[in-house]
Design a protein around this ligand. Sequence first.
Ligand SMILES: NC(=O)c1ccc[n+]([C@@H]2O[C@H](COP(=O)([O-])OP(=O)(O)OC[C@H]3O[C@@H](n4cnc5c(N)ncnc54)[C@H](O)[C@@H]3O)[C@@H](O)[C@H]2O)c1
Length: 440
Amino acid sequence: MTPTSPRPIAPATGRLGILTPGLGAVATTFMAGVESVRRGRSKPIGSLTQMATIRLGKRTEQRSPLIREFVPLAALDDLVFGAWDPIPDDALTAARKAGVLEASDLEPVASFLSGIVPMPAVFDNRYVTRIHGPNVKKGRTKRDLAEQLREDIRQFKARHGLARLAMVWCASTEIFIQPGPAHATIEAFEKAMLANDESIAPSMLYAWAAIMEGVPYANGAPNLAVDTPALIRLANDRAVPISGKDFKTGQTWMKTVIAPGLKARMLGLRGWYSTNILGNRDGEVLDDPASFKTKEESKLSVLHTILQPALYPDLYKDFSHVVRINYYPPRGDNKEGWDNIDIVGWMNYPMQIKVNFLCRDSILAAPIVLDLALFSDFAQRAGMKGIQEWLSFYYKSPMVAAGLQPEHDLFIQQTKLKNTLRHLMGEAQITHLGLEYYES
Ligand SMILES: NC(=O)c1ccc[n+]([C@@H]2O[C@H](COP(=O)([O-])OP(=O)(O)OC[C@H]3O[C@@H](n4cnc5c(N)ncnc54)[C@H](O)[C@@H]3O)[C@@H](O)[C@H]2O)c1
């Protein structure tokens, strides 16, 4: 396809602050990893912004720059980290408690991590029942609390002499909340904050504060947070990029790889049973049925959207999809997942696929935090606002415009992401047609 003219994109000059509500396993693994890469001790494995290339033009042109050389992204050396957490541990203590990284990997970055001390959080036990911590803000109304977050953002920016900020939610999964009247309009949302309405969760206050301060917001957990009509409207009005929900890391990532493969070959599905054991704090939070319900909704949506049972009833009508998460402390962050997939082939013959994934949750999530922060910042400098559907690649439950089905297929998501970068930079879209190579 013919190229579009490139957009004016502000350069990535100055330092970028990355703020994470939550300084637990994912956030500390992310921060420790970036510092380790900056010191030349490791490679940013798992990060598209750092390691992936992007093909431009025809295959014969041999143009495949690194994404970070093609689009103006903030450099790792320019990143500064800040966080909020109800538990007052600095990032080194939190990383040690999380038990993701070995002492030998933490030791070289220890003084860097111990300098990251969480700001008092907006936290309420009713939304995350299993966490208890004293580092919590006080306020008469939810509006007061949100204003304190705005003040934190402004002070953090001034203190570190930052040019820009991005916020990535790395805090616990909150209980399941249905979108309701308080989330319908900006006015209703702001009134509900003043009235301490129960349907306004802490994650929504962080999202509101970020948008009001012009800070892009990416939601790594499945709770609604920014995914409400009120905050989507606010993000559009204030020209702030937002995206979510729920980092796509282990079993769901696998689903979005395997399910498109089954559908591409027109193989049927009778059932998909997923279970896993994990023993980190996230697993403990998800042991509460109300938080698990939020996660379950996020995990269940994937297969139906990819397989389209309404379009392919012979293959995918009424398949059974079960998702279980079992909190099992001995495994810590090293999750083990089992998938049993009952598929159907020619003449209705049944077959089975078994996946046994021994993963490390935070090792898979950390590069996603980095990419989301860098791409959200880039999107803002490129004049993008509101929902960033091209970042669906990173999410289990991607946010999309009202009335649209989310795109779950990992490879379509990847094409969407790369084509968005080509589009913004004025390069031709890649259609993979390829006939031109055979026309003399
Ligand atoms: N690791 C993964 O593969 C993965 C994948 C998808 C989503 N997630 C989500 O990412 C989030 C972080 O995961 P984790 O393993 O780091 O969990 P964690 O329990 O180690 O860390 C979460 C931290 O958030 C803090 N917190 C809770 N409520 C808060 C609030 N209102 N404000 C500020 N801090 C708050 C907790 O005290 C805790 O320190 C979870 O919601 C999890 O479901 C993780």
